[in-house]
Write a protein that binds this ligand. Sequence first.
Ligand code: SF4
Ligand code: ZN
Length: 127
Amino acid sequence: MISPDKRAWVRAAACRDTDPEDWFPLQGERNVPRWLRDLCGGCPVRRDCLEEALDHHDTGIWGGLNPQQRNRLRRGRTRYGYCIHCGALYQQPKKTRATCSEECRRARHAELKRARREQARQQDEDL
Ligand code: SF4
Ligand SMILES: [Zn+2]
């Protein structure tokens, strides 16, 4: 979707080899297709992309959000976040949650537990 230009982050964009037309849905098509959302969710530069779009772009899908969603974000009516477990972009409820779903929350919790156990084991070995 992004025309090649000087910005360094563009080179790392997950969408750089896709058809730009996919990122500019026709008027009236508001739903961001699942595959675009997934691509943005796993994109290493999604934050740069979304920040750029919030400042400069009123059309197209950027950072996984369509223009209407970006407008809501600009007006502070909606909060979006990136899941710290799977990386998906999701609408955050008022009370900040770091993961997009209960499933990711549990997976993240289990991951942290495993990491702590591993750390403790390492420390035991070092003694
Ligand atoms: S966040 Fe989405 S639109 Fe932005 S650069 Fe990455 S893949 Fe492309
Ligand atoms: Zn998730």
